[in-house]
Design a protein. Structure first.
Length: 339
């Protein structure tokens, strides 16, 4: 059983108030007394209960990052950017995955509210987020992450996903592809819809180009492999170019094509989205739309701490980054390395 402050006080021969001063205001205690208390702490193996102290103060020393999929390397990189800011503020950062489920997301937000976290970076599943109003009333700042805010009273950090989708489709069209497929899902996620809208914008500029859509239940490699089977089942004229809503879907499509003895980009040119580290290391290096992953997390955390440090007096800001195209072997026959 962990030693208590009362046991430390008894061993050191001082009051509970003196123990509190040593832990929180050491300058108020003489050197001799402080050394005696520190020796008792070391002998008993005492560890202070910061959680209880912080909850009594009404706030913990945690920053929460809630993302669609905590296993996705994209969100891990985003979280690393946020963590660098949390470290600078001497806070613990916790990463939570909603599993692309609105029900689970709301449950997690409720639990985080009960833990009195200092703030939350949220990459939401859908448009309706019932817990936001409750968090606002409690005074817990929330910054939308990888999602632009449509409300002036909410800070957000996002990427121009419509532009990214347009870049992906135009790249395939510039290579001569006129029958495209968009692989994405779930449709409830705004980033997916925006990337598809951008691709459709590009396709609309060419009367000779068409694009079909395959919706998947998740944004995973497994879902991408299943989508590849559906592409190959398109009987009339299979697409020759695929725009995928993220790199994991694209890697699943690529993997399935290779396992079936087909060639990328000869049988299907593939563009992913996010440019995660695995993209360049794929069996056929993946062309992708790059997002500044760590910068997204860092910027969102900075906006969050602006609200933490100036509650009610900060200016809400909506920041938008511009994605870029990184061409590799999944679309370019002549690719020999580099970006």
């Amino acid at each position: 059983m962990a030693a208590s402050m009362r046991e430390v006080a008894a061993l050191a021969g001082v009051s509970m108030g003196t123990i509190s001063n040593v832990l929180n205001r050491p300058d108020m205690v003489s050197d001799a007394t402080r050394e005696r208390v520190e020796a008792a702490i070391a002998q008993l193996g005492f560890v202070r209960n910061d959680a209880a102290r912080q909850l009594r103060a009404g706030q913990s020393r945690m920053l929460a990052v809630v993302v669609l999929d905590a296993r996705n390397p994209f969100f891990l990189d985003v979280a690393a950017g946020a963590e660098s800011v949390a470290d600078a503020h001497d806070l613990l950062m916790v990463l939570v995955g909603s599993g692309e489920s609105e029900e689970r997301e709301n449950r997690q937000l409720r639990l985080l509210m009960e833990q009195r976290v200092q703030g939350i970076l949220l990459s939401p599943v859908g448009e309706n987020i019932p817990m936001l109003e409750k968090l606002d009333r409690q005074g817990t700042p929330v910054v939308l992450l990888d999602r632009g805010s449509r409300a002036p009273g909410r800070s957000s950090v996002a990427v121009d996903d419509v532009h990214g989708g347009r870049l992906a489709a135009r790249h395939l069209m510039d290579l001569g592809h006129r029958n495209l497929v968009f692989v994405g899902g779930p449709e409830s996620i705004r980033q997916v819809r925006d990337r598809r809208a951008g691709a459709l914008d590009a396709v609309a500029e060419s009367a000779s180009t068409r694009m079909s859509t395959i919706w998947s239940p998740s944004l995973t490699i497994e879902a991408g492999a299943k989508a590849a089977g559906r592409i190959l089942d398109m009987s009339d004229e299979p697409p020759t170019g695929a725009v995928c809503a993220n790199d994991l879907l694209a890697l699943g499509v690529l993997q399935e094509y290779i396992q079936r003895g087909l060639r990328v980009p000869d049988d299907l040119a593939i563009v992913g989205y996010d440019d995660i580290d695995y993209a360049a290391g794929a069996a056929v290096p993946l062309t992708s739309i790059a997002q500044p992953r760590a910068e997204l997390g860092h910027a969102a955390a900075e906006l969050l701490f602006e609200q933490v440090n100036a509650p009610g007096g900060t200016e809400f800001r909506q920041m938008t980054f511009t994605p870029s195209l990184v061409v590799r072997g999944s679309t370019d026959h002549g690719w020999r390395g580099g970006v």
